[in-house]
Design a binder for this molecule. Structure first.
Ligand code: S3P
Length: 442
């Protein structure tokens, strides 16, 4: 198959962003809804599922392992195989760009006696899988990865999986979730200890599907236990809007003068809401209205108006709750008055791209004052002056959707516009990004 060609695009300066938008469903919750639905016996119904390429890769993999996943009208219907019932896939599981699909599915397969091969695109094939291979090997799975613990890889799940107790060496919801998912088909109690809390969607959803999952605390650490050989009950799930997608519009409306935008139905789980807190510290005007619960998660509409932003020292403790939002936070910082300092962000180097290097290079080429350190960026903002723009020197996005969207937002507040080398990866998480931008730009 020939790969589709890169799709460059220039994002031009925009007038105020106005109106109301609804961002697509949360990517993390969408992946987990499909996986858990595929393990429950009976029909799980999901509305608001993110139909981005990443979640579709998860859906295709679950189908390849025996579940049925189909869209009927506006709703997704999943018929599961039961915990322990995954079938051996007949072909390699193509994970595309999706680290979440890969790591969580490795967890699921680790406690099923089946063999699977994983492949992915150039970005995913550079990302470290050792962080899940290590604990899942303790469960009893065996792995043949490419050099450096990377994709493509083959794995065989354990026929008698072992319940493990594992303290996370990196703050990673993907590693936590992989172990908990393996625990579902492992006799006994699987325990994950989290020194630093990460997004807890797996815990919330596994419980609502009927798994016996407990969350405790000891010595400042979160202790999560799940009892294996669970019977999962099918659920009806409404997926809330993705705060990581809303982030691009929060920053866009904050930096483009005159903007007044409502973003509806945004998930505000405390383990995801760090960006809202940091933007408020910078002086952003973000008002929450109609706070409610959707799909077991706190949700609100966000009313964002343009505001003068001031640089801040971002508390590294907030990093896990805004880990995917740093690219666009860096754009806000480039437009703020004064200096923004970020630290403790070494995890950003192993995302879809090295996001510290990619954003430092991209913002520099657009005329921002930015300095890259080992574990963060230091940015001296323009004080609200539009950035110069890239004028025919396209920004390199390295197959990273969030670099593309962050720099698209920067383009809205630039003099000459910002050219992005390739906008295709945006479809992995936010297929209607451009359409929503067109809808609210004036
Ligand atoms: C995710 C967890 C995060 C995040 C990713 C989605 C998830 O990764 O960056 O986009 O759904 O669990 P890590 O857990 O590796 O930090």
């Amino acid at each position: 198959m020939t790969e589709p060609l890169p799709t460059p695009r220039t994002f031009l300066p925009s007038g105020p962003l106005r109106g109301r938008i609804r961002v697509p469903g949360d990517k993390s919750i969408s992946h987990r809804s499909v996986m858990l639905g595929a393990l429950a016996v009976g029909e799980t119904r999901v509305t608001g599922l993110l139909e981005g390429e990443d979640v579709m890769a998860t859906a295709a993999a679950m189908q390849a392992m025996g579940a049925s996943v189909e869209k009927v009208g506006g709703e997704w219907r999943i018929h599961g195989v039961g915990v322990g019932g995954l079938l051996q896939p007949q072909a390699a599981l193509d994970m595309g760009n999706s680290g979440t699909s890969t790591r969580l599915l490795m967890g699921l397969i680790a406690s099923h006696a089946i063999t699977a091969a994983f492949t992915g695109d150039a970005s995913l094939s550079k990302r470290p899988m050792g962080r899940v291979i290590e604990p899942l090997s303790r469960v009893g799975a065996s792995f043949t990865p490419s050099p450096g613990g990377r994709l493509p890889l083959m794995m065989t799940g354990a026929s008698v999986p072992v319940p493990i107790e594992y303290r996370l060496p990196v703050a990673s919801a993907q590693v936590k979730s992989a172990i908990l998912l393996a625990g579902l088909n492992t006799a006994g109690i699987t325990t994950v200890i989290e020194p630093v809390p990460t997004r807890d969607h797996s815990e919330r959803l596994m419980r609502s599907f009927g798994a016996e999952l407990e969350v405790g605390e000891a010595g400042g650490e979160r202790i999560i236990t799940v009892r294996g050989e669970a019977d999962l009950r099918p659920q009806t799930i409404e997926v809330p809007g993705d705060p990581s997608s809303a982030a691009f519009f929060m920053v866009a409306a904050s930096i483009v003068p005159g903007s007044d935008l409502v973003i509806e139905n945004v998930g505000l789980n405390p383990t995801r809401a760090g960006l809202v807190e940091v933007l408020r510290q910078m002086g952003a005007s973000i008002e929450e209205t109609d706070r409610r619960e959707v799909g077991g998660e706190p949700v609100a509409d966000l009313h964002v108006r343009h505001a003068e932003l001031t640089g801040v020292d971002v508390d590294p403790a907030l990093a896990p709750s805004m880990i995917d939002e740093f690219p666009v936070l860096f754009v806000a910082a480039a437009m703020a008055k004064g200096r923004t300092v970020t630290r403790g962000l070494e995890e950003l180097r192993v995302k879809e791209s090295d996001r510290l290097a990619a954003m430092a290079a991209a913002l520099f080429s657009a005329g921002a004052r930015v300095q890259e350190t080992e574990d963060g960026l230091v940015i001296d903002g323009s004080g609200g002056e539009p950035l110069r723009g890239t004028a025919n020197r396209p920004v390199q996005t390295h197959l990273d959707h969030r670099i593309a969207m962050a720099m698209a937002v920067a383009g809205l507040s630039s003099k000459d516009g910002i050219e992005i080398d390739d906008t295709r990866p945006i479809a992995t998480s936010f297929p209607d990004f451009q359409a929503l931008l067109d809808k609210v730009s004036t």
